[in-house]
Design a protein around this ligand. Sequence first.
Ligand code: NAD
Ligand code: TYD
Length: 427
Amino acid sequence: MTSILITGGAGFIGANFIRYVLQGDSAVRVVNLDALTYAGSLENLRDLPDATRHTFIQGDICDRPLIDKLLREHQIDTIVHFAAESHVDRSIHNPGQFIQTNIVGTFTLLEAARAAWCAKDVRSQKSEVSNNLATSDLRPLSSDLRPLTADRCSPTSDLRPLTADNCSLNSVAPRQRFHHVSTDEVFGSLHSHDPAFTETTPYDPSSPYSASKAASDHIVRAYARTYGLPVTMTNCSNNYGPYQFPEKLIPLMILNALEGKPLPVYGDGMQIRDWLYVEDHCEAIWKILQHGQPGETYNIGGDNQPSNLEIVRTICSLLDELVPTAVSGQRSAVSPQSFRAGLITFVKDRPGHDRRYAMDISKIKRELGWQPRHTLADGLRQTVQWYLDHPEWIAAIRGQGGYQTWMEKNYTARQEVSGQISKVSGK
Ligand code: NAD
Ligand code: TYD
């Protein structure tokens, strides 16, 4: 692996991944393709370690000619695909953009990878053949305009699960890799006593976001089985950490609590997520690129099960400790644990809100020796501290187009529909 195309590298996880990669092997170069939607920002790419190995290209993953050009000119041998529309609430308001980016965009990248990596092998097979055949016999094969078919790309068009062995039979050199970054949300919602999701749990997505990610996962698998494209995939739980756009639960609560604004908890706040510190996610992907088996999927998660309310209360306590205010020592009747916990406000629930996610990460632990390094307590403390230390980043990100409009759209409507804002008692 020497030349990696990272899509969505100006977003939260992509930008963290780029930092992670640039801190490592100095032989690796990174091309970062990002459309700079509302969620992406060059602010996330300031002060990169060894920035000379990073090339930023503003562009859309649905733009096939652009991707073809990047794969060719930068001799890309690895694609790590983060780019997506990623916010469930926005997918409820505007599902079309999720279908376009998450499904059509992933398809476009797969097609470009297939053409670049498989066609190259077809050409080299072709030149071997040309040594033995008259030129006129080559004419049908030499037309690069014919659509790629399974048998052109892969001489062995069987449907055996892809392994390193039959991947090399399949004409794509195994050193190439398409890694698709997906989510635990494709599995749907668990009841409180259900076992955690494994890699073989059937898909059952609830939101336009998770349905679009599920669709893209299926297409990625189809490209492995049908064309022998050397793909790996990860389904990861909720990430948190530096550079997360403040529309997601954890950064939103940190910023609102700091400013003494209401902390809007959807429904009863007893929904459960499995939270992973973003750096641990980056490390897992890197391990998979190096040691993961083509054709395999790996679950990644933080091995924890807090309710949303617990997360918000922990953030409040951390802020009370790290940024004491004149009144933060006071424990009111409404919030005996924390001054800022008194800001917790229940608002109208998200439609189709998944109750619980839990990840069984035994496969990646067993096969690749990965496990999260950060506990939730440590990761949350580091995250709160990072937001406290980066007021200029917060100001720049919030100043970007549309942030305020989105906040009003999402939260004003919630309060209007619910009739009144109810404050939580601090149990
Ligand atoms: P994000 O929303 O912070 O970043 C997405 C990035 O993709 C942005 O920089 C945006 O500009 C870019 N982008 C969007 N549409 C594009 C397009 N058409 N062409 C090129 N770039 C485009 O998302 P994130 O939280 O960093 O998530 C990254 C990936 O990880 C996504 O695929 C998401 O589904 C997955 N994931 C996220 C989480 C999480 O908790 N955040 C958990 C599991 C999986
Ligand atoms: P979010 O960060 O949007 O991630 P996801 O929906 O992908 O899990 O939300 C995490 C949880 O927090 C989810 O159960 C919804 C809830 N939530 C709130 O209660 N209030 C909020 O303002 C937001 C943004 C999320």
